[in-house]
Write a protein that binds this ligand. Sequence first.
Ligand code: DX5
Ligand code: ZN
Length: 223
Amino acid sequence: MKHLVAPSVLAADFSDLRTDFNMVNDSRADWFHVDIMDGTFVPNISFGWDIVKTMHTLAKKPFDVHMMVAQPERYIEKFREAGAEVITVHYEACPHIHRTLQQIHATGAKAGVALNPGTPVSVLEDLLEDIDLVCIMSVNPGFGGQKFIYQALQKIRKLKDMITIKNTNTLIEVDGGVGLQNAEEVLKAGADVLVAGSAVFKSDDPKQTIERLKNIGREGIYV
Ligand code: DX5
Ligand code: ZN
């Protein structure tokens, strides 16, 4: 499968979202990555479901909603109603992760689990059959524009092996500090979805950056 690119709207221009959304709509990006931060699970606060609903009216591509939220099960239906196609919760925020995955699936959304840099991929070993996407955090969640943590690469490789052994269709998403400088390594390690915030929206030509991220192959060949 050719990898997907999901620009993170956290890095978009909030005074002119329409322009940035149109750019993504017209680009080769696959999804919008939408970061929800609650000021408790992570130190930062972003926005809630009403804003997501409004954003969704501007978007022509699926919403990949990343909930950096304590007790996310309180809000899953809200984000689904707001337009989320993929709903990702943090493993660290869910004492009953299996139940939370069932809750996400019951809404009709795809279910994702995100892992902080300090959480090993082995915790997901007995859950992979129930997970559509694993989001490997390559920064500590809470802020855009941070530096990629290189230990994420070995986690991607381990997870890829686990998925191959279990023979599931789970996608590996990588989130935080991803850009043209490391996309090839990240893909080579086994990633299927590249999230890129600053690398896209803070670049001189965001649409072209998306194009270049799409064109990087696992072998480093521009296809
Ligand atoms: C971090 C968020 C990321 C962030 C990525 O907590 O989950 O999605 O927006 O931004 P960059 O690509 O700038 O690191
Ligand atoms: Zn994110």
